[in-house]
Design a protein around this ligand. Structure first.
Ligand SMILES: [Fe+2]
Length: 304
């Protein structure tokens, strides 16, 4: 396996490694250490299907299931992140599956609407846009570095705040999406997470943790104040010095750490170009800790 850094702060590219094969103990440990230290891995030239992607994903934890029951025809744990149906049909830009992709052009971290948000997402590019075309890239922003560079007054302001995250509220941003069923709503009630996330597995280092693709409300603020602060955060973390933009090549497999990176897809011409990807997601096992969480305040007692 050949590993090369992509930026100074995060990201590596891996060549000469086959993710469809059983992974040895030492190789898996190296990959776990690499994703922990560098947060993003691109494995070049992979040959995967839903089954081998699921097997690869399970090396890193349990597979997370899709939140809506009838939106996928295949394995419920392998999501289609595409404007192409499972039967290969190029979907209309107004199709709800494409509208969900458009919503992902807002900065977010996957499944933040869960009390235990996902740890890793693993995305395989089956069909990608021609390299000369605008859009279709996946962009990442490093929340550990973004937090470190915040001015002190902003750190103090953000320290006690929580954002609301609601799967149902995607409908407020994308009103053409159909209502969730009562059961789906009950399964995913709104949750709040601290905007300053504390990482017990990183010596209690802090990062930013927020999204733009669900709710924009911030607890303890009026809706307008919350939106204003949210907009400031979006502009702040979009600065190129925090970001890496992944230009897709067919058969890339990318893996990222949702705890410390935000991501978004750069919009493209959904009617003209096909973009077909499948994703495995590693379920989270711990809640998001903030500066005032009991576990952080009593950190000598914490077990991780
Ligand atoms: Fe995403």
């Amino acid at each position: 396996m050949d590993i090369k850094n992509l930026t100074d702060d995060f990201g590596v590219e891996v060549r000469n490694f086959d993710c469809s094969k059983k992974i040895g103990y030492d190789e898996l440990n190296l990959l776990k250490k690499t994703i922990q230290d560098r947060h993003f891995i691109c494995f070049k030239n992979q040959k995967l299907d839903g089954n081998t992607l699921a097997t690869f994903t399970k090396n890193f934890g349990k597979l997370e299931a899709y939140p809506e029951k009838d939106k996928t025809k295949g394995k419920i744990e392998i999501f289609n992140v595409s404007n192409v149906s499972e039967d290969g049909e190029h979907l209309d830009p107004d199709d709800q599956r494409v509208v969900l992709q458009k919503n992902n052009s807002r900065w977010h971290t996957d499944s933040s609407y869960r009390y235990l948000p996902s740890v890793f997402s693993i995305l395989y590019g089956q069909e990608t846009l021609p390299p000369e075309v605008e859009g279709g890239q996946t962009q990442f922003s490093n929340m550990l570095v973004a937090y470190d560079h915040l001015p002190e007054d902003k750190k103090n302001l953000l320290q006690p705040l929580h954002q609301v995250h609601s799967y149902n509220d995607i409908r407020r941003l994308e009103p053409s999406l159909p209502e969730l069923t009562y059961e789906e709503k009950c399964n995913f009630p709104p949750v709040t997470h601290p905007i300053v996330r504390v990482h017990a597995d990183r010596n209690f280092r802090k990062s930013l943790y927020f999204t733009s693709n669900t709710s924009l409300e911030i607890g303890g603020m009026s809706l307008e104040q919350g939106k204003e602060l949210h907009k400031w955060l979006v502009d702040y973390i979009s600065q190129p010095k925090f970001c890496y933009t992944h230009n897709w090549q067919k058969n890339d497999l990318i893996m990222w750490d949702n705890r410390v990176l935000l991501h978004r897809v750069i919009p493209y011409d959904y009617a003209k170009y096909r973009r077909a990807m499948i994703r495995g997601t590693v379920e989270g096992e711990v809640p998001v800790l903030g500066p005032f969480s009991y576990e952080v305040r009593s950190k000598n007692k914490i077990k991780i």
